[in-house]
Write a protein that binds this ligand. Structure first.
Ligand SMILES: Cc1cc2nc3c(=O)[nH]c(=O)nc-3n(C[C@H](O)[C@H](O)[C@H](O)COP(=O)(O)OP(=O)(O)OC[C@H]3O[C@@H](n4cnc5c(N)ncnc54)[C@H](O)[C@@H]3O)c2cc1C
Length: 291
């Protein structure tokens, strides 16, 4: 349990940002999420007891639960700790609605952007019939295909996720972490009950779901809920976390072309970081080149 980078700034900003979008688009994407972290060895609760004494963590932890206290079906050998202020964002739903919105405004072209076709013209860039003063690339691990930002020090970390249904077990909605997380989704989404993830494959940028990651996740699930668990896998997906060596994001201005920028390196925390970082970055860009 370590405090995430700038969490006290990022979380309120993210909440306000997603709730604003909810209001503007009339959708529901931001959900409060009870989180409970299960200790996995005898040292974990000792460390947690020390840590929760630190006032910096006071807003984030509830009192430690002893082994097998408040049972819900997860094997509990060492106790657990509930974490406050959890939330999750339904990103696929957000992206689908944002796409529809920007298409309705005639502001979205859905195709692969070929940065080699950018042509400078005075203080602007031309891309086919589009003119732009500044360009911000948000390409994740695909940045290595961009001639302007191909050398960003992005380390791809592949993660696989399983959508599953469980037979005979109904966990309360929430996120349970024991080596990996198991997200029991709210019952309003009846099509899918649980999401399990994510594997962590450093250096792998191949986006195909991998069978070894699937096996590893299934082992973790059985360690959580019992080896005779009955379950069905409904989907297996994978994605790439665009990460940096020190886990800090990159807000970059091109060293030669001062109107080209990139935001990258959001790692495992893109949903949490993007609202704060994009506003910060846009403010700086606007200050540098006012309309
Ligand atoms: C398994 C897993 C679990 C995660 N869990 C969490 C979590 O719990 N919380 C959290 O905050 N974050 C989480 N993340 C991380 C989060 O998804 C990333 O931080 C985020 O996706 C990074 O966003 P990005 O837009 O910078 O890059 P990406 O998500 O990689 O998006 C870049 C997009 O640009 C597109 N693109 C690239 N080049 C071009 C081009 N030339 N033309 C057109 N399109 C292009 C790509 O197709 C892609 O859609 C998780 C990621 C994974 C893989």
């Amino acid at each position: 349990m370590t405090e995430s980078w700038k969490i006290d700034t990022l979380m309120p900003k993210a909440k306000a940002f997603y709730q604003d979008i909810e209001q503007q688009l009339g959708i529901r994407i931001y959900h409060d999420l009870p989180i409970r972290r299960y200790f996995i060895n005898e040292a974990d609760p000792i460390r947690a007891r020390r840590r929760i004494k630190n006032p910096r963590y006071a807003n984030y932890f509830k009192p430690i639960l002893e082994k097998e206290a408040e049972p819900i079906g997860i094997i509990d050998e060492f106790g657990s700790i509930p974490i406050r202020q959890g939330s999750w964002v339904n990103v696929p739903c957000l992206i689908e609605h944002l796409k529809n919105f920007f298409k309705s405004q005639d502001s979205l072209v859905e195709e692969t952007f070929d940065a080699k076709q950018l042509e400078p013209e005075g203080s602007h860039w031309n891309y086919r019939d589009i003119r732009a003063k500044n360009i911000v690339f948000c390409q994740g691990s695909h940045t290595h295909n961009n001639p302007f930002f191909k050398d960003l020090p992005i380390i791809p970390i592949k993660g696989d996720v399983l959508d599953i249904s469980l037979k005979d077990i109904q966990l309360p909605s929430g996120l349970y972490y024991k080596k990996r997380w198991l997200h029991s989704l709210e019952k309003e989404d009846q099509r899918l009950l649980y999401r399990l993830g994510a594997s962590y494959d450093v250096g792998n940028s191949d986006a195909e779901p991998s069978s070894s990651a699937k096996e590893e996740l299934i082992e973790t699930l059985k360690a959580m809920l019992g080896s005779d668990l009955q379950f069905t896998i409904q989907a297996h997906r994978s994605g790439i976390r665009p990460t940096t060596k020190d886990a800090k994001p990159l807000l970059i201005q091109h060293p030669v072309h001062s109107s080209l920028f990139a935001i990258n390196g959001l790692g495992s925390k893109g949903s949490a970081m993007a609202p704060y970082l994009s506003e910060l970055f846009m403010d700086q860009i606007k200050k540098q080149s006012p309309e």
